[in-house]
Design a protein around this ligand. Sequence first.
Ligand code: NDP
Length: 245
Amino acid sequence: QTNGVEGKVVLITGASSGIGEAAARLLAKQGAEVMLGARRFERLESLTDEIRSAGGTAEYRKLDVTDPEDMEAFVNEAVEKFGRVDVIVNNAGVMPLSNLEERKIDEWNRMIDVNIRGVLHGIAAGLPVMQTQGGGQFVNVASIGAYEVTPTASVYCATKYAVRAISEGLRMETGRSIRVTLVSPGVTESELADSISDEHARAAMREYRRVALPAEAIAEAVAYAIAQPEGVDVNELTVRPAKDA
Ligand code: NDP
């Protein structure tokens, strides 16, 4: 009798901080073999050391999810190290909020590249491996912004609506062999708001973040979806702070 996570090979993008880091720690503690990816690999190195010191199994590789070849190399390295890929947690994301009239075109494109293309690259790299194995699971981290649009977040929400649409489509197309879970956090403690260059949006976010959930709360949702028995596909999990903002 296992806990449903033990022994699974779980790849996590954006594991260098926030939700990805918390998920790596929790899943490794529950016995998963974790493969960690992000650009700040020094952080991945120390997290990997920490997990190993606690008796867990972890590997890491520097990863930029906007590069499809890099994502493929990340998945290939997991296969080399662990022999298979059970779960890919497409978690990497950025959120430089601003009103559209600010015309921060580079930031719009950055969100599209990381939040949408990054997830697609994860699917492109992982799906063939999972299909060859005869099964697997994608856990795609969206947001409550995948369900509702708020001012300053038009593009961010658009990217998260896209992640939700892609996840839904992937589930329909791959039938029973591939499980697809969308995890949508409300405001959560992390470094996500650090990328906001717009003063107005930054100030609003500071207010909002007073009620933030700990990243561990979202990690628990990710672990729950992974832990379910083979025939159980948790489609969507939305997790918000209970207090009023
Ligand atoms: P963090 O900023 O703490 O973490 C984001 C992670 O994404 C970092 O590890 C970062 O690593 C990684 N990342 C960014 N760009 C790239 C890239 N090009 N290639 C690889 N990795 C990248 O924020 P969160 O933990 O909050 O964010 C995780 C996910 O949760 C995101 O998808 C976010 O949209 C979502 N989310 C968060 C909410 C919140 O309130 N915190 C609410 C709703 C959703 P590095 O910079 O080292 O590459």
